[in-house]
Design a protein around this ligand. Structure first.
Ligand SMILES: Nc1ncnc2c1ncn2[C@@H]1O[C@H](COP(=O)(O)OP(=O)(O)OP(=O)(O)O)[C@@H](O)[C@H]1O
Length: 581
């Protein structure tokens, strides 16, 4: 129950709808059990005693009751639906808000398919119980109490004989539930495996095709599809076996009712109408009892779903703005690292160790080093994507934690190693960080990123729709759009993480030239593997396994004759060998 208690804030504000729905359900149930009594009245009084003048009254009242029932059913269903829909509307919003707030650390271990299924299937399972399952349970209890009450009131002995079969039915329902519950679980699991496979395959379709593994993937999908089919067949068998069995047991109760009841009627101890009323009432108990397992299942499913949703809602957001955090429209861009070390959560080794540097505003700093040396980590600490484990990162003399997170990040333009483009127009993608950017500003940013010309060459220009992940563009084109996107926010600090790695050398040179202009007045961090990308930086830091091993200008580093020099020689030699177009 704890799960429901903890999610109360989402559904309790809509309790009015729930109470209306249950109130209407109570009316529906009362009218339902009155129906056999009307039959009894008609048979015993009208037919039995010849009171035919009652017929119009009974018919009229019956019609009125049924009209009332139809209206009550509408209120019950509509309000029940509204209760569930409105509750999960808030829940879905809260979950999405939480997902947006969660730090990189959370996404390092999260699986897209799993998060998607929580936001869709789990939310739906929760809604289904709120809208339907809960009312069904109450309905069962109401029908059982009222139905039994009337049966006992009509004839205690017959009620007891009729109910003799009920324990057998209850045991069968229990066994059915024991079997069908894991079967449903299997269906959900194999369906999740099936969809994860599809999702992964679509994301990695280029690799699949490049490696000519289509047949292998089709085989894997077939296996999962087969598994899904099999679990469905097994579940179908369980339903197919148990439902006739439950109905058969129910019919035994009916046979006992008719046998013993008929005998009582013959002996004059029971009126014929009472027997007919019993006959109707018994199905009001057997029907919901047969579905009790299913209804209870909706409860356990929604409870499990609620737990999975709470896992997201309870996830700590360790990186957030402090109260009274500084909101700065425009930062100067002084960046200082004071003996900063960082270790990623769950990792033993340090990603960076004792990194100490000072970049005055407007300067350009190059970060170079082998893969995994810690270059990206340094820039991620500036944007506060992660919190430094030791030491302090300062911007304009204040710790990054003192700034409002939004205003901090709006001052930093980042071009990631792999740029993600949304399935929207090129214009929207460039303006993503600054929704108020004018078309002129967008064009200007694209021009500076050397993207304007190729964008204009598309028939629809800036209005060209991009496919998911920017499909339809070359790697270099994607990166240049990402650079334009970083520029359009006019950042005080610009971080270019290997952002020219996907472009040819000529374009790189063009971008570099453009960069010289866009870097003016901004502190720029350039992460690169090519010396040519960093050689004009005011200071270059050479990283090796998390530590800064060399630092200085290009000329100074060449003099050191260390790692930088070696890289330079290799790249310089290559340049001489490979003609540049
Ligand atoms: N999100 C993460 N979770 C755990 N460990 C990480 C994470 N990101 C990086 N690391 C580890 O931290 C170390 C430094 O990684 P970082 O990405 O900063 O290197 P890099 O110099 O930018 O490499 P590259 O040139 O390949 O991009 C590596 O050992 C890497 O495995």
């Amino acid at each position: 129950m704890n799960t429901f208690k903890r999610l109360k804030s989402f559904y309790w504000p809509h309790k009015g709808r729930f109470l209306l729905s249950i109130g209407a359900l109570l009316l529906v149930t009362v009218i339902t059990v009155i129906y056999p009594l009307v039959l009894k009245l008609t048979i015993d009084e009208v037919i039995g005693k010849g009171k035919y003048e009652w017929v119009p009254w009974i018919a009229g009242s019956f019609l009125l009751l049924m009209t009332l029932k139809a209206i009550a059913v509408f209120f019950h269903q509509y309000n029940g639906d509204l209760f569930g829909i409105r509750s999960v509307y808030e829940l879905r919003n809260a979950l999405y808000k939480k997902l947006e707030a969660l730090p990189f650390r959370f996404y390092d271990n999260a699986k897209t398919g799993d998060l998607m299924s929580r936001l869709t299937a789990d939310v739906e399972a929760f809604r289904f119980f709120l809208s339907f399952g809960c009312a069904q349970l109450i309905n069962f209890l109401l029908l059982l109490t009222l139905g039994l009450g009337i049966m006992v009131a009509l004839n205690l002995k017959l009620a007891m004989v009729t109910l003799l079969a009920m324990p057998f039915l209850a045991v069968t329902v229990y066994r059915f539930d024991q079997k069908v519950h894991p079967a449903f679980k299997n269906i959900r699991r194999s369906f999740a495996e099936l969809t994860t496979k599809v999702q992964e395959n679509i994301s990695g379709i280029q690799t699949v095709k490049a490696m000519a593994r289509e047949d292998f993937e089709i085989g894997q999908f077939n296996r999962r599809n087969e598994q899904y089919k099999q679990t469905n067949v097994e579940t179908g068998y369980i339903w197919g076996t148990y439902f006739p069995l439950m109905e058969w047991i129910g019919n035994i109760a009916v046979v006992a009712l008719l046998g013993y009841g008929g005998w009582l009627v013959l002996r004059g101890e029971l009126l014929l109408g009472e027997l007919v009323a019993f006959f109707s009432l018994i199905w009001y108990i057997i029907g919901p009892l047969m579905f009790l397992g299913f209804t209870i299942n909706t409860y356990s499913q929604s409870k499990a779903a609620g737990e999975r949703l709470l896992e997201i809602l309870d996830e700590p957001v360790e990186i957030r703005s402090r109260p009274n955090a500084i909101v700065k429209e425009r930062l100067k861009g002084d960046v200082r690292f004071c003996h900063v070390s960082h270790r990623y959560p769950g990792k033993e080794e340090w990603a960076i160790r004792d990194v100490d540097f000072d970049v005055p505003a407007g300067k350009v700093i190059g970060l170079i080093g082998a893969t995994g040396a810690g270059k990206t980590t340094i820039t991620q600490l500036i944007s506060r994507f992660y919190e430094a484990t030791e030491g302090e990162v300062l911007i304009d003399g204040r710790k990054v934690q003192e700034y409002n997170l939004r205003s901090l990040r709006q001052n930093i333009g980042v071009v990631f190693q792999e740029s993600f483009l949304f399935s929207s127009t090129i214009r929207d993608n460039i303006a993503y960080g600054n929704a108020e950017a004018s078309m002129d500003e967008i064009r200007e940013a694209a021009r500076r990123a050397q993207a304007h010309d190729f964008i204009e060459s598309f028939p629809r220009g800036y209005e060209t729709m991009l496919g998911e992940r920017g499909l339809g563009l070359s790697g270099g084109q994607k990166q240049r759009i990402a650079i334009a996107r970083a520029l359009v926010i006019n950042p005080a600090i610009l971080i270019l993480d290997d952002s020219t790695s996907a472009v040819d050398m000529e374009t790189e040179q063009k971008i570099q030239a453009a960069f010289r202009e866009v870097m003016k007045g901004r502190t720029t961090f350039i992460i690169a593997h090519r010396i040519s990308s960093v050689k004009e930086a005011d200071e270059i830091l050479v990283l090796d396994r998390g530590r800064v091993t060399e630092r200085g200008t290009h000329e100074e580093l060449l003099q050191l004759k260390g790692f930088y020099r070696r890289i330079y020689d290799i790249q310089f030699r290559d340049r001489n060998r490979v003609p540049i177009s």
